[in-house]
Design a protein around this ligand. Structure first.
Ligand code: PAP
Length: 337
């Protein structure tokens, strides 16, 4: 059998039989999946109802076959461009608030990605889960994977790990994604046209899409298992960030004490993680991309506003997207209003 570049990891890192089996099935599955053009260079594959890059698909397979969940694991979950960077920063600063003070906080030196690792990527550093296995508890990890692609060892009632999910109005998500895709596209390619990206997004063909199915997976899980999945909306966090910070802390069973409330810790966390503060940190201003790191920290900070779609979408496009959303969310008890 011809081996893909991923299978070569097995040889490079001398991985054991279990990993060899996983990489072999990855190599076998990939060619059977129907690929579509991604918004930047990579292809998207339709896998178990979702459009994933080969990178995400490999992450999902390793997760299902090799990841050893711990009861203290906290998974920051999002569909891309719904506020991952923000939620990573909030969860990190809430959980670690006893270790740092605001005047010398890791978030002023590191991008949240360096503090809350991206599960799909970190799960195969060195081709195996060894990096993730070595992280101290509580592990804070971030993911874009849909809820249905997690192993039952993490989603059923016997497991204690928790998910904090944030979603966002799909019109703003689409615009944020479109800008991001154009930043990442190779310089020798023309930008992806708004209309082309819009058509794909509406058909569900975007990284980790369909967007609505992603949201509904976590929404339903939050109704069925409210102690396992906390469901937030970007717009609500913007409006009442203090309430959100308290809600996350309670959900993670580290509520703020009256002394902490009096000391203004909640307000401090909100300020620390605000778009204004984070986008002005030197570490988040760098815009250096190279072949090893095609995305720079500054790419995760654009406007951070609610409703910026109005500057890009025609009224017809906005209405079309709203109609899809209404139809998809019908009878689910959830809406973006
Ligand atoms: P990712 O899914 O690729 O990790 P993610 O962080 O979810 O990206 O999304 C980036 C969006 O969050 C950007 O939105 P925009 O394009 O509409 O501006 C970015 O500006 C916004 N964002 C980043 N940090 C914050 C923050 N601290 N508060 C509010 N919004 C933020």
């Amino acid at each position: 059998m011809e081996t893909s570049k991923f299978f070569s990891l097995v040889e490079e890192f001398e991985l054991d039989e279990g990993y060899q089996k996983t990489y072999k099935s990855f190599d076998e599955v990939l060619p059977t999946l129907f690929p579509r053009k991604g918004w930047w260079l990579d292809q998207l594959f339709h896998y178990q109802g979702f459009w994933l890059s080969s990178f995400a698909l490999r992450g999902s397979m390793l997760l299902n076959h090799h990841f050893k969940p711990r009861p203290t694991d906290v998974i920051v979950a999002t569909s891309p461009k719904c506020g991952t960077t923000w939620l990573r920063a909030l969860v990190f600063s809430i959980v670690n608030r006893h270790s740092f003070d605001f005047s010398d906080h890791p978030l002023s030196k590191k991008n949240p990605q360096e503090l809350v690792f991206f599960l799909e990527g970190a799960i195969y550093i060195d081709g195996s889960t060894s990096f993730i296995d070595g992280l101290p508890s509580p592990r804070l990890l971030s993911t874009h994977l849909p809820y249905s692609l997690f192993p039952t060892s993490m989603t059923d009632d016997t497991s204690e790990c928790r998910f904090v999910y944030i979603c966002r109005d799909p019109k703003d998500v689409f615009i944020s994604k479109w800008h991001f895709a154009n930043k990442l596209r190779a310089k020798d390619l023309p930008p992806i046209a708004l209309e082309e990206a819009f058509d794909s997004f509406c058909k569900g063909v975007s990284h980790y899409g369909p967007f609505w199915d992603h949201v509904l997976g976590y929404w339903k899980a939050s109704l069925e298992s409210p102690k396992k999945v906390l469901f937030l909306k970007y717009e609500d966090v913007k409006k009442q960030p203090w309430d959100c910070v308290r809600k996350v802390a309670e959900f993670l069973e580290v509520p703020f004490s009256p002394e902490e409330e009096n000391k203004g810790i909640v307000e401090g966390i909100v300020k620390l993680c605000s778009f204004e503060n984070m986008s002005n940190q030197e570490v988040n201003k760098n815009a250096t991309r190279n072949s090893e790191r095609p995305i720079s920290n500054s790419d995760f900070f654009r406007k951070g506003e609610v409703g910026d779609w109005v500057n890009h979408l025609s009224p017809q496009m906005a209405e079309a997207l709203d109609q899809i959303t209404e139809q998809k969310l019908q009878a689910t008890g959830f809406n973006f209003r």
